[in-house]
Design a protein around this ligand. Structure first.
Ligand code: GLN
Length: 478
């Protein structure tokens, strides 16, 4: 096994024993990138030179310091939606194709302080709008499991990089499922924490009340290592929660004996692939055999989730994306400009891709006078009902299990022409963002060689429980 195929937790032990160096790991990762990247296209920007410098610094830190952070010397890829000082941040868009930030996002700052090695910026759907990474202005990412298939989105580049050994860990962002879906489709693990757990400072906004940063890794423990190092209160993000720093790794080995797991009836209905249902139920039975108590629960307003999500997300996006006007950031049209309105128009028409433009139009429409009450306000009311359903169900259970996606990974090109089909892929993931809850995607086997993802849903600020159950399942299923 090459070093780039090993988990961060194993590499951390080897580094501490002096068996290997960070330079060797970094070298192994870039060798894999050289072999596979032309086919996978997980990265928009690679940071090879920076990476080797950081690797050498990490190696010298082991000699100089005691209690070096676990992330020290580990190669991490970062979704291209997080600002990185001096390294371009495109958000998958032509409108930011040459944008270089003057500061680091808090999450980036934290992993760099911990000694992580930055491998590069990963591919994504433009402004994180999509479920397949096909909406990138830099070409689609291919699923390393089968290159003809989409990796899921929008953090498809991050999940694919981890799956292909082109990174050990990766940071993603999740507004409606963008960490969990690609993790499921690429057969890796991923977690979107509670809203407010990770600072959004330096995360390019899509829909601010839903956006959250999280982690991809090849196992649950690796996700815990990365998430622990990026969370925490940050006064530069007024929505970041001032709660005590969690101990995710401390909860990993507590097992499932006596844990109450809810199964939402509404999530296992017609329309989903029965092969996925069977696979999930097999996992549920395994947990039950090992002492978990399985309880049927109901989330009666689940059916409104997709509609509420796509109204709220597009409304917020239309406002957030107003800032790309050819003046403040990045691209400006070279058209014959006669006044500022013409310049805005030309810049935005050329700079944004099709999906982003259609969402800006939809979002502007639902916020406009006369339609606000009928759409936006109604969606916010539905959001409250969806959250109340979870609150009620969580009186009876410690966590919940559902599929991540109603369908198996799909082929590149298969759904891109039909937005509704694409939006429906998010049916099990968006409710968590609407409610601010943490969710984890864990691989639970394959169907026809394609990975199936199981979603664990936790109470707000109780990621420990999903790490506990997720890790227990991973060990039992091995
Ligand atoms: N697929 C969803 C969307 O397009 C979710 C994307 C995300 O989580 N960033 O909005």
């Amino acid at each position: 096994m090459e070093l780039c195929d090993k988990n961060a937790s194993e590499l951390a032990v080897m580094l501490r024993k002096g068996d290997i160096s960070s330079r060797e790991i970094t070298d192994s990762v870039f060798k894999r990138i050289d072999e596979k990247e032309h086919a996978v296209n997980a990265f928009i920007t690679q940071t090879r030179e920076i990476a080797f410098k950081q690797a050498d610094l990490a190696d010298s830190r082991f000699k100089k310091e005691e209690n070096v952070p676990l992330l020290n010397g580990i190669p991490v890829a970062v979704k291209d939606i997080l600002c990185t000082k001096g390294v371009r941040t495109t958000c998958g868009s032509n409108i930011l194709a040459d944008y270089i930030s003057t500061y680091n996002a808090t999450a980036v700052e934290k992993i760099l302080k911990a000694g992580a090695v930055l491998i590069g910026k990963t591919n994504m759907d433009e402004f994180a709008m999509g479920s397949s990474t096909e909406n990138s202005a830099f070409g689609p990412t291919h699923n390393p499991v089968n290159l003809e298939f989409a990796p899921g989105g929008s953090s498809g580049g991050s999940a694919a990089a981890v799956a292909a050994g082109e990174a050990i860990l990766a940071i993603g962002s999740d507004t409606g499922g963008s960490i969990r879906l690609p993790s499921a489709y690429c057969g890796v693990a991923g977690i979107k924490p509670t809203y407010g757990r990770v600072s959004r400072y330096g995360l390019i906004s899509y829909a601010s009340s839903l956006d959250q940063i999280g982690a991809h890794g090849r196992c649950i423990e690796d996700c815990a290592i990365l998430l622990e190092s990026i969370c925490g209160h940050d006064k530069r993000d007024s929505t970041s929660a001032d709660v005590k720093n969690p101990d995710f790794r401390g909860s990993l080995n507590k097992g499932v004996n006596g844990v109450k797991i809810g199964l939402p009836g509404e999530y296992f209905v017609e329309g989903m692939d029965v092969r996925i249902k069977d696979q999930i139920m097999e996992a549920v039975t395994l947990l039950e055999k090992n002492g978990a108590e399985i309880i049927d629960i109901s989330l009666p307003h689940a059916k409104y989730a997709i509609s509420a999500y796509y109204l709220i997300a597009t409304a917020e996006a239309s406002s957030n994306l107003a800032r790309y006007d050819g003046v403040k950031y990045g691209f400006r049209s070279k058209d014959n400009i006669i006044d500022s309105v013409t310049m805005y128009e030309a810049t935005r028409s050329e700079g944004f891709g099709r999906e982003v433009k259609s969402r800006i139009m939809l979002g502007t429409y639902v916020l406009s006078a006369g339609y606000y009450d009928a759409y936006y306000l109604k969606a916010q009311k539905a959001r409250t009902l969806i959250k109340d359903d979870f609150d009620k169900a969580f009186e009876k259970v410690d966590c919940m299990i559902s599929p991540v996606s109603p369908c198996l990974p799909f082929r590149l090109g298969e759904k891109i022409a039909d937005p509704l089909q694409m939006y429906l892929v998010d049916i099990y993931t968006v409710s968590l963002n609407l409610s601010g809850l943490p969710g984890m995607s864990i691989n639970c086997g394959t169907v026809d060689g394609l990975p199936v993802g199981l979603q664990l849903i936790g109470k707000a600020f109780d990621e420990e429980m999903i790490f506990q159950v997720g890790n227990a399942y991973e060990k039992l299923a091995l």
